[in-house]
Every structure is written in structure tokens, then in C-alpha cells.
Design a protein around this ligand. Structure first.
Ligand SMILES: [Zn+2]
Length: 392
């Protein structure tokens, strides 16, 4: 028996229509017997949460996916007023980024992007709970986060996008994947997809074809939008997908200082270093130290050794991706974080198995957001990170 998932939505782009039915093994579709109420992860549940719970913020549709679905963002605070006199590139040539950011360069703007990959639920859950904290002071478990509340009060603008790739998220028809011990097969299937015989396409093989032709797969995973494109590796300078275009338009308007891009695929919460403007390297490293110190002190990293866990020189750089493109587009510092998975248990801490429970995952996500927000408050943002260096 197979479960068929069909969709008749017409493509908004002129690209080839995807296969609309996928045959997924029924045992892969088993959910846990108990799903915590704070685990809001599906496109419909997130949409319902936004319409019922956002009072202080404003929910807006910033674009429409290739499959015709709305991309929603939540806005808090005031945008920067006025415009700069130059392009971002021009401002670097002028050696004063304020010429791009504009007269309101001192405002601090924070952007949180989640769900670029539709099979990666943890960041979506984290962002919904972050929104709960911004609205009520408490996450959906009732836990208070006074440092997030204080940092949010000191930021001028916060924008949260819980699901950047709604097509990919809808394609993965689960609220939560059943826990599979050390076996990552099901998680990987929903993430990077399955070949026609059901075996895994795998990472990084899933990036060989972009766009991916869905007819060459049994299930294309949650990476691509309905046009088959993984926007983390979009054709940024040529013909970007509508999701990427929406993000480019938003970031050109808002000129965020700091962008978090939340993914899943690590054993403990792990920021990755994307190729960014070299002038931002020391700032990236300072933020890395801050986030990893807090996570280590909370007992949420491999060891309790803060010096080791927070050492950014251990990182390898991702060559060129959405975060690089956003940095080159609007000057933002981009911080990509890979989350552990809720469905497997490969972690060990001090040689003992460590279970990444939904509670621990949510703690780790909110600590990361908290430290990133505090970092932006304390360090002042892009115009202060790279002060003017014009010759007199
Ligand atoms: Zn991802």
C-alpha cells in the first residue's frame, strides 16, 4: 500500500510542472504518539498561529512561492526611515556603508528566516515560540525569556519568517517525525529525498541537480520549491525563484544588520560559516563565540568546554549560498545555524548518549536567538561593525 499525496495547484512560474503525486512508504509517515503542544511546525498550523496570536506584531505576505503559496513574515517595530545615496557595493567603494543604509543607519534590524528547507522543522518550531515570547514574554510551554524580551525592546525592528519555503514544507506531510533511535533514514528521506527505488538521494548528491526534475525521484524531499529549486543555492544573479526574490526585495527595503537562517542537520546546534564579506569575519567570530558560549554553558553542546566549543577557527566555510547572496545584496551579517534533529539520537556528551528532546531543541533555538539579539543590541549593527574608513 502506498499513500498518495496529490496537489493540483498550478505553477506560478513558467517552469515545467512538477509531478504532483508522491508514493511514500506508510511507515515513514508514522508520527509520535505524543506531540508536544508547543511543536507547531506545519504550514497550516503556523498560518493559524499567526492569525490567532500576533497582536503586537504585523503579519504580512512578502511574496508567493513557485507553487502559489503565501510567504508570511511578522514585523515588529519601525523600519529604517529614508534611503541611502548609493548601492551597497557603491558604499563599500566609498568606504562608508552608511551611504547605503541611509540616515537611519543607527537603527538595529534583526531578521530570522526559517524553513528554507521544508523537511527541517526545528527552526520553524523555534521561530513560532520566539514569536510567542515577543507577544507574551513566554514560549508556548509557559517559560519566560526575560533576556529576549529585553533585547527585543532594545532592537528597532524584528522580522520573523517562520516558513520561507512553504512548497517544501507542505510536501513533507508530517507535523513531527517519529523518533528512530540512531537511524537517520527517514529524516534524510524527507529532507533530501528518495530515488525511484526508495533509496536515499543523500547529501550533497541532492545538490547535483538544481532545479531537480521531480519525475526522476520517488520523493524529492523538502529542499526544493515546487519549481524544483533549492533556494539556498538559487540562481541568485540570473533568474532567482519567487521566494528568493521576495527575500531580496524585503532585505533591500529593510536593510537588516543581522540575518539568522535556521536549518537542521547537526548533532548539536551548530552555526556554519558562509562565504561573506571579509570585513565581517571578526564580527561573525564574535557572534559565534557568544552563541556557542551560551549553549555550552546551558549543557547543550558536545562538551562543557567553553573555550573549545566556542572556537570559530574550527569552522569550514560554505563556498557560496543564499547567505552569501544576501550579504552581497544588502550588507547583512548572515548567520546560518544547523539544528540537531528531533527524530534521531546520535549525540553523545562526555561519552554518554544524549537525547535531543523537543524541549532541549527548543531551549537551544531560543538561546541562540536570544544571544544573537543581545549581540546586535550590544554591538550596534552594521554601521558600527565596519566604521567609515575614508581617507581624509
Ligand atoms: Zn537546510
Amino acid at each position: 500500500m502506498s499513500v498518495l499525496i496529490s496537489r493540483r495547484r498550478a505553477l506560478a512560474t513558467g517552469l515545467a510542472a512538477p509531478v504532483t503525486r508522491f508514493s511514500i512508504r506508510p511507515d515513514y509517515l508514522a508520527e509520535p504518539d505524543i506531540i508536544p503542544s508547543f511543536w507547531i511546525s506545519t504550514f497550516d498550523d503556523v498560518g493559524r498561529f499567526l492569525s490567532q496570536n500576533i497582536r503586537k506584531g504585523a503579519v504580512r505576505v512578502i511574496g508567493t512561492s513557485a507553487g502559489g503559496r503565501p510567504i508570511r513574515a511578522v514585523f515588529y517595530g519601525q523600519p529604517r526611515a529614508g534611503k541611502g545615496t548609493s548601492t551597497f557595493s557603491g558604499s563599500l567603494g566609498f568606504r562608508d556603508v552608511r551611504a547605503y543604509i541611509g540616515p537611519d543607519y543607527a537603527r538595529k534590524v534583526y531578521l530570522d528566516i526559517c524553513g528554507v528547507h521544508g523537511g527541517e522543522f526545528e527552526g520553524i518550531v523555534g521561530s513560532v515560540n520566539l514569536l510567542s515570547v515577543l507577544e507574551t514574554g513566554q514560549d508556548l510551554r509557559g517559560r519566560r525569556w526575560p533576556e529576549i524580551t529585553a533585547a527585543a525592546g532594545a532592537l528597532d525592528r524584528i522580522i520573523v519568517i517562520p516558513i520561507m519555503n512553504p512548497d517544501g514544507r507542505v510536501r513533507v506531510p508530517l507535523r513531527m517525525i517519529r523518533h528512530r533511535g540512531r537511524d537517520e533514514t527517514v529524516q534524510e528521506y524527507f529532507n533530501t529525498g528518495g530515488k525511484p527505488d526508495g533509496t536515499l538521494i543523500g547529501w550533497p548528491k541532492c545538490k547535483e541537480h538544481n532545479p531537480v526534475d521531480f519525475s526522476t525521484t520517488q520523493f524529492p524531499g523538502g529542499y526544493p520549491n515546487d519549481a524544483g529549486v533549492n533556494i539556498q543555492h538559487d540562481d541568485f544573479f540570473g533568474s532567482p525563484q519567487p521566494e528568493t526574490r521576495a527575500l531580496f526585495d524585503l532585505t533591500a527595503r529593510e536593510r537588516p544588520d543581522l540575518i539568522l537562517n535556521m536549518h537542521t542537520g547537526a548533532i548539536y546546534l551548530q552555526p556554519l560559516c558562509s562565504f561573506l564579506e571579509p570585513a565581517l569575519t571578526p564580527v561573525f567570530e564574535a557572534l559565534y563565540r557568544r552563541v556557542m558560549t551560551a549553549l555550552t554553558q546551558a549543557g547543550l553542546e558536545h562538551t562543557g568546554d567553553v573555550a573549545k566549543e566556542s572556537d570559530p577557527t574550527r569552522l569550514r566555510m560554505s563556498p557560496f549560498n543564499l547567505d552569501s547572496a544576501l550579504n552581497m545584496h544588502c550588507g547583512s551579517l548572515n548567520f546560518l545555524i544547523e539544528s540537531p534533529m528531533h527524530s534521531t539520537s546520535t549525540a553523545e556528551r562526555d561519552g554518554k548518549p544524549f537525547l535531543q528532546t523537543p524541549d532541549r531543541l527548543l531551549d537551544a533555538h531560543l538561546i541562540a536567538q536570544q544571544e544573537a539579539m543581545k549581540f546586535l543590541v550590544d554591538t550596534g549593527g552594521r554601521a558600527r561593525w565596519t566604521p567609515p574608513s575614508r581617507p581624509k
